[in-house]
Design a protein around this ligand. Sequence first.
Ligand code: PEP
Ligand code: MG
Length: 956
Amino acid sequence: MLELTVEQISMGQQAVDKSAALQLLADKLVADGLVAPGYLAGLQGREAQGSTFLGQGIAIPHGTPDTRELVYATGVRLLQFPDGVDWGDGHIVYLAIGIAAKSDEHLRLLQLLTRALGETDLGEALRRAGSPEALLKLLQGAPQELALDAQMIGLSVAADDFEELVWRGARLLRQADCVSNGFAAVLQQVEALPLGDGLWWLNSEQMVNRPGLAFVTPSRPLRYLGQPLIGLFCLASLGEAHQALLERLCALLIEGRGQELARATTTRAVLEVLGGELPADWPTARIALANAHGLHARPAKILAQLAKSFDGEIRLRVVDSAEPAVSAKSLSKLLSLGVRRGQVLELVVEPGIAVEALPALLAAIEGGLGEEVEPLPVITTVPEPVHAAPVAKAVAEAPAAGTRIQGIAAAPGIAFGPAHVEVLREYDYPARGESVAVERERLQQALIQVRADLEGLILRAQAKAIREIFITHQEMLDDPALTEDVGARLRQGESAPAAWIGVIEAAARQQESLADALLAERAADMRDIGRRVLAQLCGHENTPEPQEPYILVMDEVGPSDVARLDPTRVAGILTARGGATAHSAIVARALGIPAVVGAGDAVLLLAAGTALLIDGGRGRLDVAPSPEDLKRALSDRDLREQRLQAAAARRMESAVTLDGHAVEVCANIGESAGVAAAVEQGAEGVGLLRTELIFMAHSQAPDEAVQEAEYRKVLDGLGGRPLVVRTLDVGGDKPLPYWPIAKEENPFLGVRGIRLTLQRPDVMEGQLRALLRAADNRPLRIMFPMIGSVEEWRQARDMTERLRLEIPVADLQLGIMIEIPSAALLAPVLAREVDFFSVGTNDLTQYTLAIDRGHPTLSAQADGLHPAVLQLIDITVRAAHAHGKWVGVCGELAGDPAAVPLLVGLGVDELSVSARSIAEVKAEIRDLTLTQAQALAQTALGLGTAKEVRALTEKR
Ligand code: PEP
Ligand code: MG
């Protein structure tokens, strides 16, 4: 790449006229091996076509296209003429820069050089310069103002971690020529400074050419050193240029306005807050430059001349470049942009002259600015998929009528109804719009239609919560800030769909980066409404919801999707991906909607309205079942309905097998409010209180008094029934916003559960004290999550026992969760010391099978009925019983009807399930005999796959 160096400069040259100066230059270029001897003719020919005088005492002689083949290597030579050379038209040249260029590489040089042309008295200074260094300094002597404009801001950039975000920031600085290559590596070595509100600061003086500040925000929420990472400043510092900005930023943070930056969805908003150079709110138009050699001197001159014929300001910038807009009337500034063929130019024109100037300038550029141009190929853009869910591409066909597909049983129950397929499509739309007016009208029409659709949904919604969701969507559509941002992008020439989805996506990403989980969830609503409007704009009608209860078919259902479902309209859920322990499955169970998950991508191709039968208990899907199959299934459903009713009637009775073996059935809850419903559904206690949910419900760590009150409520609600509390289980996929945890490559294998709380004894002791105080001699069982070693258990136990001396509790048991295979294998040792075990099958399955429980495609295989998991449960139960201790199961497996006989047969003493499943699990136990269950379990232990185990339980 061309750069200016002192070696290229020859000082104190003399030439009587322009022709002698060109001869000197040609000789120099030839002597230095850059060109062949005939190049002088090229230099002369070029001058004959038009002067290469640039301004400020500088000329840039270069060859013609005919003499390009005489160029051996691209390069420049600079000759200083202190006495000046008459370059014609009254222009005196003190510095001639001879260019040998095969292609348009010299544009880069012009770009470097013309920055200096902003100086007012450069010509005189060049004349007087006494050394190559001084001369070079003058050429590079751009004003040392901090560069901060729209091109230095990257909102919602794709970055997976801090390093990538740094790289993106450094790239903006590099593109703006503030820094040299390698600055990113420099920044990676620098210690980042947290500014609060998720904002971070990095700066360095190394490799800096001119001072500049970049601000980047990630497209999805990130964390760094345990803290949220919402925005990153990267400063290329040189001297004091950034001082004023830094003071402004500090004042802003002190006033607590950091969130304004973190939440900004437009570069304008960021610049307004930071006081950077605001883009003018003037009419704009964009056009791609088709000239083969870019915007070199001749076309640039024609453009500048045309611009000068209008009495008002006209600016030009290169879209997607970091360079700020320059005056289109200045040849040197135009050249400084270094525009290449295919790059898109944006014209920004003062309103008073826009009506005339914009069409004239566009026509001139389109016409080639005095050159013959080959038209550019037409490009349309396909946006990145708006949200993760990929479309089924690999699968060509939908399953045919009569097909039976085995998926994963996620929520029990049989459902029949027409398929309502909600697949996220990829929309194809042009990035550029026809005209601002046309695109604005298109958007208006789409918004009117979507508002009407929402109105219909609100009227039809039976549940208040669902109505409220759609009312919120309406409010979002009417948000003036949104309209304003979209309007700004339309004015910049974007098409309506591109502008709309660009603004929505940026807003959603900002939203989901918020620390407040509830607010962050609104991002899903934004995307929802965004997709509705996009579909309308792209002419895709959303398939209307069937009138009768339907089977909702989706790629993967997020927990919030399920939570907003209206169980009176959604008879069942069928997903292409996901597993039984995915949160969506947990929510589906809680709502009582039958669900089959992980049925494969082909289901996404099902035609709307296809009759579907799903058996959520068995994980089965029948496509357009035969009348006989349907009849059988519906009678099964009726039978199940009757069974459930019968079970519900006996929900308060204990669960005793036909041969007199009692199994305790308890509830899993996450908040004190859940206890009343659990008792009402027949819970004999709480088998798992997930206390992290209590912590997550607060924006700061709840203090001891707050916790004590929560735990008290649960114990009060239980009225003497036992409470099994799990101490704080965060880390991994469950971060606490206010508790910084260092970033980890594998969070599930990192500092989570007990490992984390043992590192924060203050937090753990606080929780234990709150629990012990709340007990008041009622039956309290405390268990520790993610125990993987005997030391961890002993440390946790010792801490509790120490506190127990201060706060005595009569009925206290201490136990551990068996979630890590090492704990199960060590059960014979641990059983001597603990009072009980509770098997967390969700994590135990994940760690035994080495499948991330949230993995989008693999988690479907993470079946807790895998014989390997059953073996570990067997070891645990045997060890516990050998020492007279009890074992519970509190993972999702405990509520799986196929698993209940096996767990009972393995000797599990307590099953802790979601409140809704209690009656059914109790009824199932009442139908078993222990001896049959034991035989079944023994057979299962001898099998090789989860599938075989499931087949075995079906035969029962
Ligand atoms: C488990 O891992 O089975 C469990 C009950 O804990 P959680 O699902 O909360 O991780
Ligand atoms: Mg767990």
